[in-house]
Design a protein around this ligand. Structure first.
Ligand SMILES: [Zn+2]
Ligand SMILES: [Zn+2]
Length: 361
């Protein structure tokens, strides 16, 4: 069921760009054969592939600003600033010479920065050789598909993976509209169902929130939130009532919806954009400054929304956390051992921490 282009389709929402094949999953040097068979003259001539570490983001250090640097030869002539202002995601394709040159989409950089040359200043042995690139993103927004999405011009048209009538560019990159992005991610999700990082990314990616459950019915969600915003306490009470008896995935969607609403913004402000976990551990909030000069911070529901305890959507069940601790709370070794009127007590990685509840009504 691929989504058709509609009036709400956003043009140039993503980019599809190619890189040279790397037999070590783009997390180490390419093989001799990779270098020899590359269709890029630069790679053949110099025996060097800047994109060698594109998906080594879990292995190699980020730069001081928190970004991880990657590369695509197609950006050596950078995308036009005006045409690329909506771009939220850059997918990489590569052709596997050992597999009849099958072209696949191997992963992406979400919320990327590009348009200039970036130098790696962090220290790593391999950074002496792979010292720069032309795109960067935060490692949590860089996703590698263990099971890549096969693409060719026929598949692209059938599944609406490229704008209508467009062919995969041989000399440059392709712009994708939001429907194309949606469809590519949908295919990637169905092929990589246990990739929690991909699911987590999709949950926070504009227009894609609905994709993480295959059987999830968009209509249910829309009918629940239709006349409601998540901007006031009354709204949230309303949502809590409507949520009763819904499927867990719907509850999760509603919780994500609230985590992005105005209440959530208010909470972030009240807690002064600090991560409660970082604070309880006695460290500075591990985050970055957004374009609007606010510190980037997320909100988390302590009691999972799927439990539908009363008050699960209320502010006293929310805490503000940095992106890293937010992921740890969901996927790490964390135990909530006390949930009293005044505070939460967690055991995180064997350490006991006490977090005061936000005193607001
Ligand atoms: Zn933190
Ligand atoms: Zn959460």
């Amino acid at each position: 069921m691929e989504v058709k282009q509609t009036e709400s389709t956003i043009l140039n929402y993503g980019i599809l760009s190619s890189i040279s094949w790397n037999s070590n999953d783009w997390a180490d040097h390419p093989s001799e054969e990779d270098l020899k068979t590359s269709k890029y003259d630069y790679v053949k001539d110099h025996g060097h592939m800047h994109e060698s570490l594109n998906f080594g983001h879990d292995k190699f250090p980020v730069e001081d600003d928190g970004y991880y640097i990657g590369y695509t030869p197609m950006f050596n002539r950078p995308p036009d600033v005006n045409n690329s202002q909506n771009v939220q995601i850059v997918f990489f394709t590569s052709s596997d010479y050992k597999n009849a040159n099958r072209k696949t989409i191997i992963g992406f950089y979400g919320f990327p920065i590009f348009g200039q040359w970036f130098t790696r200043n962090s220290k790593h042995e391999l950074y002496n050789k792979y010292d720069s690139g032309n795109i960067k993103a935060f490692p949590e927004d860089i996703i590698y598909f263990q099971n890549p999405v096969v693409i060719n011009n026929d598949i692209a048209q059938i599944h609406n993976l490229l704008p209508k009538g467009k062919k995969i560019s041989q000399q440059g990159f392709n712009y994708l509209n939001s429907d194309n992005v949606f469809n590519i991610i949908k295919l990637a999700l169905s092929l990589n169902q246990s990739n929690t990082k991909l699911r987590y990314f999709v949950d926070k990616f504009p227009l894609l929130e609905m994709l993480t459950k295959e059987e999830f019915d968009l209509q249910d969600f829309i009918s629940i939130i239709a006349d409601t915003t998540a901007d006031t306490i009354r709204d949230i009470e309303k949502l809590e009532k409507k949520m009763k008896g819904q499927q867990p995935e719907i509850k999760q969607r509603i919780s994500n919806f609230i985590e992005r609403g105005a209440i959530s913004k208010k909470i972030k402000k009240i807690n002064n954009y600090r991560c409660s976990v970082c604070e309880a551990l006695g460290t500075l909030t591990n985050s970055f400054i957004k374009e609007n000069d606010e510190i980037y911070i997320e909100t988390h529901h302590v009691e999972p929304v799927s439990k539908v305890k009363m008050g699960v959507l209320s502010m006293t069940n929310l805490m503000t956390v940095c992106a890293n601790h937010h992921r740890q709370l969901h996927y790490g070794k964390v135990e909530l051992i006390e949930n009293s009127e005044k505070h939460f007590v967690f055991i995180i990685d064997g350490k006991k921490i006490i977090i005061d509840k936000l005193g607001i009504t």
